[in-house]
Design a protein around this ligand. Structure first.
Ligand code: HSE
Length: 442
């Protein structure tokens, strides 16, 4: 089966004739092809036809209007895998749109309330040639991994919010998307409703990104904010976060910092054109925080946030996830609730910060929707075109640390991140009370 057809018409009047006289018939025919890629290069215009959708940079205005009508006449069909908090919100956000529509939902249980096809058989979705994008918001590694690979092999674009999956199979998924000539987008995987990954990839095209860092987990930020403000205990806060749908199905990933670490992996990979391994990144969560820590931080005029940080210096990448104490008046300290605040540093353009809702149905569903629109408008297959495997090297990352072990609490002098984690490790591995927080310098 031909995967691409290139029509080269040198002469503009021939293009006009082509576009008005036969394009309707020609394009209608192509709409029935899977993977139809048509690029027209007339002398003064460029028109991209992509699975029934157009992106035009065209001096021929009437023709542009034609394209617009064509696009509206054929909305992109989406299969939605997962109908939880994010899936439902995404579905609602698509209602009434003319450019895309959810035509099937993969669900274990019947959903008579939905007007589209509801199936528990993924093969039915893969075989459906009318489906152009598979949106995966199920979470977890399996069967999500098998599903998105099968979808790409069937020539369908994939939009996912699954950071665990993209992190675990980063190299392989990028390669598969490239081989299959489809787009793979995962903006909702880091930063919830903030277009963080798209902004980061755009910034990385312009300048050398030397650092990324921020609050990237809504659940722990919600919990730490509540504990700071009202002294409510850890268990109550966690229950509230789960009831509100912020925490992952298993809250371990949130409270132990693994969710934030996966978001850091994606951020570092895009920022530095790298592929780093999740297991190499030192990680300390908030599950062992106690009321007395908040009292001590209040006296220091500090507020604790679960913070991720990755830096590139002379080709080496440092990265770690650690509770961090910020001056109470700083913008990071004042980011409360499920808010995320994340910053990139460009070697020449300096720091850019992004903030917004880091979790929740509509914010995350909006990022998924934005990826779908990007796919329709012909965005490149992934955020970066090349990447290189890199090991984490924290030897140059240093700071002062708050360390509570047993009944003893100390604020250290400047030590390396590796040393701080090593000091906490003996108590941590024995399950004894220990808490570690980096002290951000003013
Ligand atoms: N559990 C995640 C968080 C959801 O709290 O940030 C959004 O990724």
């Amino acid at each position: 089966v031909a995967r691409a057809l290139i029509v080269h018409i040198k002469n503009t009047s021939a293009f006009r004739f082509f576009s008005f006289a036969i394009s309707k018939y020609f394009f209608d025919c192509l709409l029935h092809f899977d993977n139809a890629h048509v690029i027209l290069f007339p002398s003064k215009s460029q028109v991209f036809f992509y699975r029934g959708h157009f992106r035009a940079n065209c001096t021929n205005r009437p023709y542009l209007a034609d394209l617009q009508r064509e696009r509206q006449a054929h909305p992109m069909n989406i299969a939605l895998l997962g109908f939880g908090t994010v899936g439902k919100a995404f579905y609602e956000l698509t209602l009434g749109r003319s450019d895309l529509r959810v035509t099937s939902v993969l669900s274990r249980r019947p959903r008579p309330e939905l007007p589209c096809t509801v199936t528990n058989d993924f093969d039915e979705i893969v075989r459906d040639r009318s489906v152009g994008i598979v949106v995966e918001v199920m979470g977890g590694l399996e069967p999500a991994y098998r599903y998105i690979c099968a979808a790409m092999r069937a020539g369908k674009h994939v939009v996912t919010a699954n950071k665990q999956l993209v992190c675990a199979h980063y190299d392989e998924l990028l390669e598969l998307a490239r081989e299959c000539g489809v787009s793979l987008r995962c903006t909702a995987a880091a930063g919830g409703g903030i277009p963080w990954l798209t902004s980061l990839s755009r910034a990385a095209r312009l300048d050398e990104i030397t650092a990324v860092g921020g609050i990237l987990n809504g659940t722990t930020n919600y919990m730490l904010s509540a504990m700071t403000a009202s002294g409510v205990d850890y268990t109550t806060c966690l229950r509230e976060a789960q009831a509100l749908g912020y925490a992952e199905a298993d809250p371990t990933a949130d409270v132990e910092g693994y969710d934030a670490r996966r978001k850091l992996v994606l951020s570092a990979n895009l920022a530095f054109g790298a592929s780093v391994r999740e297991e190499e990144i030192l990680c300390f969560g908030i599950s062992s925080v106690e009321e007395k820590d908040f009292t001590a931080w209040r006296e220091l005029g500090r507020v604790c946030k679960l913070f991720v940080r990755a830096e590139r210096h002379e080709g080496r990448i440092s990265a770690f996830v650690c509770p961090t104490l910020f001056p109470a008046a700083s913008p990071v300290a004042q980011t409360n609730g499920t808010g995320n605040l994340v910053t990139l540093r460009g070697a020449r353009f300096g720091e850019l910060s992004f903030s917004g809702a880091g979790a929740g149905g509509y914010p995350t569903g909006s990022s998924v929707l934005s990826d779908c629109v990007d796919v329709i408008e012909g965005c490149p297959s992934f955020y970066v075109s090349r990447h290189e495997a890199k090991h984490i090297d924290n030897s140059a990352a240093a700071g002062r640390f708050y360390l509570r072990t047993g009944s003893e609490t100390v604020c250290t002098g400047p030590i390396t991140v590796a040393e701080a984690f090593a000091r906490a490790e003996p108590a941590r591995s024995c399950g004894e009370p220990v808490f570690l927080a980096r002290i951000e310098e003013e």
